[in-house]
Ligand binder design. Structure first.
Ligand code: PBG
Length: 334
């Protein structure tokens, strides 16, 4: 290749480092590996092995046996952890979300089955009441439908201890009540669960991107109103830093930002500001968008999936909770 320009121009050619795969790989600033993936998995308490979720093509609610098998696959693929989200029979829901505290309920049963099947895979449990409440909110509500902070925190600490006692490695409060991380840490210490980690949904926004998830866990039709009185305003970024600082102060071991892609700026600020592992959650609506456009042939689904996962790493996340974990790990293992 000869250049029409004088020898001296341009001496810096950034395209030199892009000319072939080996040098692109060598000069890559970030890498995605199966170690970065947390498998977001929906489980159900029925008999059917798998039930498709309409708004999330390719995603199935798994029964306990299938969830245990999936845990084995996670282990084989090198996926370090699974985050469990329960879909329970609506007849078991009530206004207080009592089923959340049942030590023989779906979540503790799944934890034990997964731990038996794949003891080397970390288990992460959402701490929140929404899969269990008849009204679909993350806590208990008053007559006006307002979610009561302190009463909810009291239930969450019991839910977290129950999950830890069933074998959860990480409890992940996703409710956005004030003071819940500290209360849960205290409760875990009192219960002797000193090594149970807390991954707080520290900066969790009131987002439209959770729509398909609420369908997946069966809280969509139940939910009255929205969650704007407890989840964060999408307009705010400084507030996320306050949330994260408080959660770390209260004892969070890892912090999470959620949703993922529209909030990469928050991931960057959080990971730059705090020396704490920062996790991104690529939520249900993000998954659904990629799937829907991919199905129509408008985007290359696999390519966009891998690109988005890498973008979380570039933004500063050390791991990503994603419904794509199995598919992405398969590609990375090829
Ligand atoms: C609820 C919870 C939500 C998600 C995880 N935990 C939804 C919500 O806050 O309404 C969303 C997950 C997703 O959209 O994939 N505590």
């Amino acid at each position: 290749m000869t250049s029409p320009f004088p020898q001296s121009y341009p001496s810096t050619r950034l395209r030199r480092l892009r000319q072939s795969a080996w040098v692109r790989n060598l000069s890559s600033e970030n890498h995605l590996t199966p170690d970065d993936l947390i498998w977001s998995m929906v489980v159900h308490d029925g008999d059917e092995p798998t039930i498709p979720v309409g708004s999330m093509p390719g995603l199935f609610r798994l029964n306990v046996d299938e969830a245990a098998k999936a845990a084995r696959r996670a282990s084989d693929l090198g996926i370090p952890a699974i985050a469990i989200f329960p879909h329970i029979n609506p007849e078991r829901k009530d206004d207080a979300g009592s089923e959340a505290l049942n030590p023989d309920g779906l979540v503790p049963t799944v934890i034990k089955a997964m731990k038996d099947a794949a003891p080397d895979v970390g288990i992460i449990c959402d701490v929140a009441l929404d899969p269990f409440t008849a009204h679909g909110h993350d806590g208990v509500i008053d007559a006006d439908g307002y979610v009561l902070n302190d009463q909810t925190v009291d239930l969450l600490r019991r839910q977290a201890v129950m999950q830890a006692e069933a074998g959860a490695d990480i409890v992940a409060p996703s409710d956005m009540m004030d003071g819940r991380v500290g209360a849960i840490r205290d409760a875990l210490e009192s219960a002797g669960k000193v090594n149970t980690m807390i991954m707080s949904y520290a900066a969790k926004y009131a987002s439209g991107f959770y729509g398909p998830y609420r369908d997946a866990i069966g809280s969509a039709s139940a939910l009255k109103g929205d969650k704007k009185t407890y989840q964060q305003n999408p307009a705010n970024s400084d507030e996320a830093l306050r949330e994260v600082a408080m959660d770390i102060d209260e004892g969070a071991d890892l912090v999470m930002v959620k949703p993922g892609l529209p909030y990469l700026d928050i991931i960057r600020r959080v990971s730059d500001t705090f020396a704490v592992p920062t996790i991104a959650f690529q939520v249900s609506g993000e998954y659904a968008q990629i799937k829907a456009a991919g199905e129509r042939g408008w985007i290359d689904e696999e390519r966009v999936m891998m690109e988005t996962l890498l973008c979380f790493k570039r933004a500063g996340a050390c791991g990503v909770i994603t419904y794509f974990a199995e598919a992405a790990a398969q590609i990375l293992n090829e």
